[in-house]
Design a protein around this ligand. Sequence first.
Ligand SMILES: [Zn+2]
Ligand SMILES: [Zn+2]
Length: 371
Amino acid sequence: MQKQEEVYNENGGEQPHKVGTVVVKCDGCGANMVFNPDFQKLYCPHCGSLKDLKDAGIADERSLESGFNLDCNYKEDEGAVVFRCTNCGASVVINDGKAATVCPFCGTAHVQKTDEMAGLKPNGLIPFSFGVEKAIEFSKAWAKKRLFAPRKFKKNINSENVNGIYTPCFTFDSYTVSHYEGKIGKTHTRTVGSGKNRRTETYVEWRHISGTFYDNFDDILVTAGSKFDQKKLDKITPYDTNASKKYEKKYMLGYMAYKYDAELTDCWDYAKGKMDKLIEKGILSQYVYDRVAYLNVSTTHERVTFKYVMLPVYVGNYNYNKNVYNFYVNGNTGKVWGKTPKSPLKIAIAVLLGIAVVAGIIALAAYAYLS
Ligand SMILES: [Zn+2]
Ligand SMILES: [Zn+2]
């Protein structure tokens, strides 16, 4: 059974700080259990026994109003402890009473426990669907294809520099009504003149357009963490956020979470911007045109709902020539994206090969020309 326990945590030699954390004890040996994605069960790392997880069901959509007003079912996440990395500034949240030892983003051990609150409690979560060994395999396969990555990088992807971390995101649903008015043009050609003066010319047929455009959006995904920004998220999507489970700390046991540091209002603004672009595209797709003089759109959003979900990401970090390179693995699909260091030797060889090829072509051409 799940027990809510009061646990004393080490606090770097300072006075102990009492926090409530979620711990699930193994029935067999009493050790703390962790979530095992390969079995989708709780697992005892000490004796190997497994415990079923009751399916929590699908996460609810919440009205945006309730999010802005922070009503009663949207409160601080109790019992979570926040650690901050003094090297790179990342904040991670840990639920099961353990201490963070290494920062998942920069790999250093400069992590300190803080008195910060974990902030808003998520209402949804997508569990990891495979363990770290599989994440390392996916990363290695990805690294193998990076031509200029140093061999050392490819060889040194291991469980020390790849960490599973739940990453906070907001999803938004909205029914939109957009009134628009604009001027679009289509280019045509016609033949004018006669005899020697007969020629074709192009002209643009302009027209005014206006109307009402209806659309609805489902789970527009916006990251709520600055270190794992939108660009990075977009590189490893999709996530099936409609299948998000109700937030349950048991899925977090043994994993870290990245603390959100974006406001709901800012994320909603970003989502609106994303929808604006799609609405504009949708409006124009109704017409035949090849140029737009202007298009004014005014959109109202109705029945807006959101979810605050934790998404599974494996974060890799690699130190090379005093720089940290991060790569990210989608914890459901295994899709990888990231930056790798570039080996100066491999680049030099490629450049030399390129010069050799060009020189060879010139020599061949010269030979063909002279003979
Ligand atoms: Zn056990
Ligand atoms: Zn760090």
